[in-house]
Design a binder for this molecule. Sequence first.
Ligand SMILES: Cc1cc2nc3c(=O)[nH]c(=O)nc-3n(C[C@H](O)[C@H](O)[C@H](O)COP(=O)(O)OP(=O)(O)OC[C@H]3O[C@@H](n4cnc5c(N)ncnc54)[C@H](O)[C@@H]3O)c2cc1C
Length: 366
Amino acid sequence: MKGISLFLAPKVLVGDDGKLGQANALRAGSLEHKLGIHGSPTCVMLFEGAKAELVGGLGQGLPNMFVMMNAARLQVGTQGTAIAERAYQQALYFSQDRAQGRSAWTGAYPARLFDHPDVRRTLVLMKAHIEAARGICLSTAVAADLAHAAPDEATRTAAKLREELLTPIAKAWSTDVGVWVASQGVQIHGGMGFIEETGAAQHYRDARIAPIYEGTNGIQAIDLVGRKLMLGEGQAVGDLMDDIRDTIDLLKASDLKGVGLRLEAALDAAAAATAWLIERRTKAMPDALAGATAYQKLLGDTVGGWMLAKGALAAAGEADTDWAESKRALARVFAEAVLAQVPGAAAGVMIGAADFEAMTPEVLGA
Ligand SMILES: Cc1cc2nc3c(=O)[nH]c(=O)nc-3n(C[C@H](O)[C@H](O)[C@H](O)COP(=O)(O)OP(=O)(O)OC[C@H]3O[C@@H](n4cnc5c(N)ncnc54)[C@H](O)[C@@H]3O)c2cc1C
């Protein structure tokens, strides 16, 4: 990829007189047949004999393309969150429309799907993940804005570190959430989820591209571990963890102490995994790379739990008590169901690469 150049090819050539001339020699060679996003045609473009203008310096195509790609990574994270929200709303509606079984809570028969604790838990976890992903994407966007427009240089520098650290998480964690939530949406529809007429399956298919394009989530994880952990010589991740600890202190002094303790255990595990990765990436890079995706999820879960906790704290004292209590419930559920798993997941980050290296095609195929 090194040395490629970036060109802008107009559809219609412009003459020296500034008037539109003949069509440029570019054409779609074929349309791709895709798993999802059928409303967005993807094609193979042929530029044989086309005229184009060089954008930036010769051989500088890749760095120039990254200007677009950094913004696009956050936008794709937002896309994952948005599809998740649509899938959630549809499942929430369907769960109240479809009658099935008896309610464990009220004994009512027939009950709505919504009245089954397992279905309700699924819906709450879907919503918690969506709000966490939205918080991560918004925080990344705020950091990007501050990095660009804050009046003082110290704020701009700190915001740039935060933006760069959070961008792979915003992209990868949020798009994984998109696929997971859309899959849960299908599940809540039961058999009708697998039937096209409900539309639940479309969200699942549409969500699946987001972990792939604009740099696969595996590549985001490598960026996180290989580059972002060392940003500012570790200051970016250190500052993030300090900010999370500040929230933990507030939580522990409030009636959300349980959330604070779960977040603290998750952060301690994330800090241990971070230290291990930083040590491994200088001594044995394959070890760090083998743990990269697991670490990205672990840090995303931790930052997501932090977002929900901050939301719950901020909602305290709001006039709309139902809304404020829902924020607190989401933070509690996420802490118990997701943050509680982070210490175990840290062990999964620190497996090392030796067992994977030993798994040759012959061993794996046996
Ligand atoms: C619908 C659609 C629209 C697209 N639109 C555009 C577009 O507008 N512009 C554009 O330029 N591209 C576009 N793409 C291309 C897209 O960005 C790439 O498909 C994507 O970046 C993955 O690259 P790849 O297909 O070459 O996969 P590969 O690079 O072959 O990756 C395959 C797998 O191997 C993993 N992998 C690869 N390299 C490494 C590594 N070094 N270490 C660890 N794991 C690795 C990946 O994570 C992935 O899981 C589009 C693709 C699709 C499907």
